[in-house]
Design a protein around this ligand. Structure first.
Ligand code: UDP
Length: 484
């Protein structure tokens, strides 16, 4: 009898840093810990980032780059978009990659499965043409999906008069949301428009895929994972937190680490001075207007806490605010205006708090390095993530807005008060203890024998079985893995 083919998995990340990074962490897991053959699909401009992340040379043949549609000013990653209002146009343009993707599939042999971002819904059709199971990679948590399912099934957003009225979620009656927790146009009574169409296509393609790969771990949100596996298709496979997938030392040594950046030296100094630092960062996409940046700078100055603030905006107005702040706080603060290694910062011993927009990757990174969060959601599903962080898993506090609305303006006083509470107050102590416990749970889930470790093994075994038996690539119906 012929021996079974070794697995060959094709990974196709969406071109946003917050979507690409976790899938590259999955690539590390598959490559370095399971020795699985991988092919990465990307675009020309994103090739160097992927190669560098995996410690590969830029021309590595296991990376295939496809031409990216040119209609968005030659931009190939959402963090480079001049405005997030172009997001749907950008995401929809990826459909034009389908013929190139299928040409690439034609040349590859023995692909066991395709794991593509849920925003690349059209990859399902291509996978079906080639008889390859497609798994949708979902960069969100299961709380957001389960609550979202209840909200839309029960049309909860069509009821309240005010955008800030609390609405009880029937399936999870302890959870209260507001219309303001949802973005425009998802918050409308009858949501319509291109972004709704885009999300609906993504959801439908995920439902018809073989499985959903989730960057979460069972013990973090069992109720919500069980709910999804009971109520919806396809099966959710929780294999995270993926940010804990570190490369082995020999690969790490190949990654070109430049000189220690100045902010890491500054953190070392703070550690030597026994000073706790709050890290302030809002991810790769959030747009913050100048008046809000001014209030953040005042709030951080008045808090008297040492801070490391990563600012994405690079215009002249922002430069003036930052320069003034630097002059006022001197050595107490460090402002960075370039890409940082966020994980390296969060794992630094001096970092004891994280003012975060609650992008799911940032939340998981806070959990894994046991840094409690001051939640300040800005866009996408971040308002629901913030509810999860503060009200469900209780690893953070919420920043205070001046009118109490979850989308309200944050004045310097509201920020200062909550920064001090997180770093020095009683509530801060409680959430610090909680994040330490949950962070331990995350490590256990990813360690050999843990729930995520076993789920990934089971997924690979199942896919290999499907491939070797030329089996059915429709959604997996077997029961979900729960920890023993
Ligand atoms: N990130 C980073 N350096 C930066 C900005 C972001 O390493 O200067 C990483 C961060 O660690 C996280 C990802 O980019 O892994 C951002 O994802 P998240 O879901 O937190 O937010 P998004 O950018 O999608 O809003």
């Amino acid at each position: 009898m012929a021996s079974p083919q070794p697995p060959h998995i094709l990974l196709f990340p969406f071109m946003s840093k917050g979507h690409t990074i976790p899938l590259l962490h999955l690539a590390r897991l598959l490559l370095f810990h399971r020795r699985i053959k991988l092919t990465l699909i990307t675009t020309t401009a994103n090739r160097p980032f992927i190669a560098h992340f995996l410690g590969w040379t830029t021309d590595d043949p296991n990376i295939i780059d496809l031409p990216f549609p040119t209609q968005i000013q030659g931009i190939e990653s959402t963090d480079k978009l001049p405005s997030m209002s172009l997001f749907t146009q950008f995401a929809t343009a990826t459909k034009l990659m389908q013929p190139h993707f299928e040409q690439a599939l034609n040349k590859l042999s023995n692909v066991t499965a395709i794991v593509s971002d849920w925003f690349l819904s059209w990859t399902l059709e291509s996978a079906n043409k080639f008889g390859i199971p497609r798994l949708s990679f979902h960069g969100m948590n299961n709380y957001v999906d389960a609550v979202g399912h209840q909200v839309f099934m029960n049309q909860l957003l069509s009821g309240p008069e005010s955008d800030d009225d609390l609405i009880t979620v029937p399936g999870f009656p302890w959870i209260k949301i507001t219309r303001n927790d949802y973005e425009e146009p998802f918050n409308q009574r009858v949501p319509t428009g291109p972004s709704i169409d885009f999300i609906n296509e993504s959801i439908t393609a995920t439902a018809n895929s073989y499985g959903l790969v989730s960057n979460s771990f069972y013990e973090l949100e069992p109720l919500f994972i069980d709910y999804l596996n009971r109520e919806l298709k396809p099966k959710v496979w929780c294999v995270g937190p993926l940010c804990l997938a570190e490369p082995p030392p020999e690969v790490e040594a190949r990654v070109d680490h430049q000189q220690q950046p100045k902010w890491m030296e500054w953190l070392d100094q703070k550690l030597a001075q026994e000073c706790s630092v709050i890290y302030v960062a809002f991810g790769s996409q959030a747009e913050i207007w100048i008046q809000q940046l001014e209030e953040i700078s005042k709030g951080l100055e008045e808090s008297q806490v040492s801070f490391l603030w990563v600012v994405r905006k690079n215009d002249d107005e922002t430069s003036v605010v930052m320069k003034n702040l630097e002059e006022r706080v001197g050595e107490r603060g460090m402002i960075v205006r370039e890409w940082v290694d966020q994980i390296e910062i969060l794992r630094h011993e001096s970092v004891k708090g994280f003012v975060s927009h609650c992008g799911w990757n940032s939340v998981l990174e806070g959990i894994c390095w046991k840094v409690p969060i001051l939640a300040w959601p800005m866009m996408a599903e971040q308002h629901l993530n913030a509810r999860m962080v503060v009200e469900e898993i209780k690893i953070g506090l919420r920043v205070e807005t001046c009118d109490g609305s979850v989308r309200g303006f944050v004045k310097a006083d509201g920020l200062k008060k909550m920064v001090k509470e997180l770093m020095e107050g009683e509530k801060g102590k409680e959430v610090r203890k909680k994040v330490e416990d949950i962070g331990e749970g995350a490590k256990k889930a990813m360690a050999e024998g843990g729930s995520s470790w076993r789920t990934l093994n089971e997924l690979i075994d199942e896919l290999q079985g499907v491939r070797n038996s030329n089996g059915d690539t429709s959604p997996s119906t077997k029961g979900n893995t729960t920890p023993s």
